[in-house]
Design a protein around this ligand. Structure first.
Ligand SMILES: [Zn+2]
Length: 130
């Protein structure tokens, strides 16, 4: 566990922080961290309430929360946010397991991204048959 080390990015880097996360994509953000320079930025949206058809907000699917963080220096931001339509990552955790800090989400992502020591990609006996 890494709880207790998470902190807000310094106020003077706030603009650079927002810029680093401005593109669309998945949980991996391609920009270097404005705080420490590491290629370790991540984000996660949790959809809390999907908009009804009559609520039509172009480009957004509902209301929820957004976490933006750096795995290396553990700077993070947490917002209430509208979940954009381009977000297509499956829910990683039930809302009840989410905290203000992204710690629990990062734990799940870290387990997903690190490749296993012995990838279980052996061909099955059936696939070898002529
Ligand atoms: Zn960092």
């Amino acid at each position: 566990m890494t709880s207790g080390k998470w902190h807000s990015p310094p106020a003077e880097l706030r603009e650079a922080w927002v810029r680093a996360f401005s593109g669309e994509g998945g949980t991996d953000v391609p920009s270097p961290c404005p705080v420490c320079g590491a290629q370790a930025l991540h984000r996660y949206y949790d959809l809390d309430r999907r908009y009804g058809e009559d609520e039509g907000r172009s480009g957004f699917v509902g209301r929820g929360s957004l976490w933006e963080w750096c795995r290396t220096c553990q700077a993070y931001e947490h917002y209430s946010a509208m979940v954009p339509a381009w977000w297509s990552v499956d829910r990683l955790l039930p809302s009840s397991e989410l905290f203000h800090s992204p710690g629990p989400i990062d734990d799940v992502l870290a387990r997903r991204i690190d490749p296993p020591a012995n990838p279980p990609l052996q061909p099955t006996p059936q696939s070898r048959r002529g």
